[in-house]
Each structure stands twice: as structure tokens, then as C-alpha cells.
Ligand binder design. Structure first.
Ligand SMILES: NC(=O)C1=CN([C@@H]2O[C@H](COP(=O)(O)OP(=O)(O)OC[C@H]3O[C@@H](n4cnc5c(N)ncnc54)[C@H](OP(=O)(O)O)[C@@H]3O)[C@@H](O)[C@H]2O)C=CC1
Ligand SMILES: O=C(O)C(=O)[C@@H](O)[C@H](O)C(=O)CO
Length: 276
């Protein structure tokens, strides 16, 4: 089985560079999907309270028999649970649903700037970290200004910012900002939600490496240094998305993929996202 490269977070905790995402995996399908992923070799699972499937993720993990310390489990506090006390309660509910005493990574799902409560939410994450209930804390969908505020007003620099990132939205400015501050970049919708796999450049590169367009995109993420968390409910795709450790893109290949950037988002803009 392949050994997945890891990224060292700014507190020394290591996260597998390739994980498995479960947004939009229905609760009654998530046990099968996560079980298939674990059998394929994934050891990192990305869920969230908002996905409504934490219980099934926990069930699949327990059934796998894989020891807890070989796994990396991420969840996220949802927008309606922002604020210090509500976040502590949300974390308790998440760990209960997962059937776990601790998480490896807990993220603020969205900054929700209009609510203006992400700093007190961050302070609750700091408390969970100092209490040893989570091995690393981070954020998701934070823009530069939101990150600057938690860095200035909080006591801990986030380990991770999980943002939308794929060849149509390469996020070079955010990646540079993360690098400057020791924050790991985690890519959500790393395959562009499957909407750019017909792109001729990706097909050409796939043909030249004997791989698929999805595998080329995942390889591009790995070589950029991103953490990537592709989702699939299709067993062959779950396995194929993990089969990306036996080839390498050249510098020219990497540039060709990056040149597909148009700045297009498939998900909400963090500055205006207001679903809670
Ligand atoms: N923090 C945040 O705000 C967000 C976090 N996320 C996280 O990121 C994860 C991944 O993002 P997501 O939006 O799901 O999108 P992805 O970019 O992972 O794409 C998933 C889509 O691509 C299809 N697909 C997967 N693999 C292949 C393949 N090899 N060939 C063809 N099609 C394929 C899937 O279909 P099928 O399942 O039918 O096989 C699905 O429709 C989420 O599951 C979640 O964990 C996502 C959005 C926001
Ligand atoms: O998947 C996630 O983590 C999300 O936050 C998304 O559901 C996001 O809210 C979205 O794309 C809504 O359209």
C-alpha cells in the first residue's frame, strides 16, 4: 500500500497530504464510502457538523479496526454555532457523534464576517487545543483579513486554512500568504467538483502519463504542497484518486495545469457567504 506524504503543521503535528472528503455523502452511504476509502489506504477523513454524516464516519472508523492513532480526523464548527460557549458545545456534540474522545483537526468552517464572531469562536478552539481535546486547530474559507485578525487577537496561529482550490482557482496569493505565516493550505473541491475533468489540457497530460485527468489534478496538488481531500461515492474513483504516487508531473506540466486558472469559484465567496 502507498505511503502518503505528510505535511508538517506549525505545531509539529503531521497531516496526510491526501485525505477523503465526505460533503454531500448521504448519511446512509457514508459508512460504505469511508470503509472503501480506508481499505484503499486513506487515513485522513474530512467531515463537518454541517454534513450530517459524522456518526457514519465514526461507525466506519470503528468497524475498520484501524488504530485511532493511525488516523487523522477533521471536523468543523458550523456557522450557527459561532461564539465561545456555542463552539465548545458544538465540539462536544461532534466528538459524541463521531464516538471519539479527541479530534486531530478542528476548523472554523466559514468566517461569516457579518456575524463578526469568528474571533470568539477561535478562542474556543484555542481552549479545546490547550485542554488536549484536539491535536491541531485551524480555519476554513478565511481570507487574509480574517486570518490577520485571529493571528493578532488570538494566541495561536491557525495550523491550516482549508479553501476552495483547483486548477480553475489556483489561489496563488492565499498560498503565498499562508507560506509567509506558516499556515498549511488545504484544498477543498480539489477536483473542481468534477466539473473540469473534460478540460483538453488535463486529458492530454493524462494520456501522456497513462493516468486520468482527476489523477493529474491530484498530483498537481501534491506537488504544489497542498493537502487535498477529494470526495467520491464511487468505489473505483475512491481507489483511483488514491493511486497518484507512482508518477510525477514535470515543471512544464505543472505550469500547464496552473495556467487553467480563471479565478472561477464553484462554491460560495467567503466574504458574502451567509448560510447558517
Ligand atoms: N470547507 C469547506 O467549506 C468545504 C469543504 N469541502 C471538503 O472538500 C471535499 C471535496 O470537495 P467536493 O466539493 O466534494 O468536490 P471534489 O472536487 O472532491 O469533487 C467531487 C465530485 O467529483 C466526482 N469525482 C470524484 N473523483 C472522480 C474521478 N476520479 N473521476 C470523475 N469524477 C470524480 C465525484 O463524483 P462521485 O461522488 O459521484 O463519484 C463528485 O461529484 C468535500 O467532500 C469536503 O470534505 C468541500 C466544499 C466546501
Ligand atoms: O461543503 C462544505 O464544507 C460547505 O461549506 C459547502 O456546503 C458550502 O456551504 C456550499 O458550497 C454551499 O453551496
Amino acid at each position: 500500500m502507498s505511503t502518503v506524504p505528510e505535511v508538517s503543521l506549525n505545531n509539529g503535528v503531521r497531516i496526510p497530504q491526501l485525505g477523503f472528503g465526505v460533503w454531500q455523502v448521504p448519511a446512509d452511504e457514508v459508512v460504505d464510502a469511508v470503509s472503501t476509502a480506508l481499505e484503499a489506504g486513506y487515513r485522513s477523513i474530512d467531515t463537518a457538523a454541517a454534513y450530517g454524516n459524522e456518526e457514519g464516519v465514526g461507525t466506519a472508523i470503528q468497524r475498520s479496526g484501524i488504530s485511532r492513532d493511525e488516523l487523522f480526523v477533521t471536523s468543523k464548527v458550523w456557522n450557527s454555532d459561532h461564539g465561545y460557549d456555542a463552539t465548545l458545545r458544538a465540539f462536544d456534540a461532534t466528538t459524541q457523534r463521531l464516538g471519539m474522545e479527541h479530534l486531530d483537526l478542528y476548523l472554523i468552517h466559514w468566517p461569516m464576517p457579518e456575524q463578526d464572531s469568528y474571533v470568539s469562536t477561535w478562542k474556543a478552539l484555542e481552549r479545546l487545543y490547550s485542554d488536549g481535546r484536539v491535536r491541531a486547530i485551524g480555519v476554513s474559507n478565511f481570507h487574509r483579513l480574517h486570518l490577520q485578525r485571529v493571528i493578532e487577537e488570538g494566541g495561536i496561529v491557525p495550523t491550516v486554512n482549508q479553501i476552495e482550490l483547483h486548477p480553475r482557482l489556483t489561489q496563488s496569493a492565499m498560498r503565498e500568504f499562508h507560506r509567509e505565516h506558516g499556515i498549511a493550505t488545504e484544498a477543498w473541491s480539489p477536483l473542481g467538483q468534477g466539473k473540469l475533468l473534460e478540460e483538453p489540457t488535463l486529458q492530454k497530460l493524462a494520456d501522456s502519463h497513462g493516468k486520468t485527468p482527476a489523477q493529474v489534478i491530484l498530483r498537481w496538488h501534491l506537488q504544489l504542497g497542498n493537502v487535498a481531500i477529494p470526495k467520491s461515492v464511487t468505489p473505483e474513483r475512491i481507489r483511483a484518486n488514491f493511486d497518484v504516487f507512482d508518477f510525477e508531473l514535470s515543471n512544464e506540466d505543472m505550469d500547464e495545469v496552473s495556467a487553467l486558472n480563471t479565478g472561477q469559484r464553484y462554491g460560495p465567496d467567503p466574504d458574502t457567504m451567509n448560510v447558517s
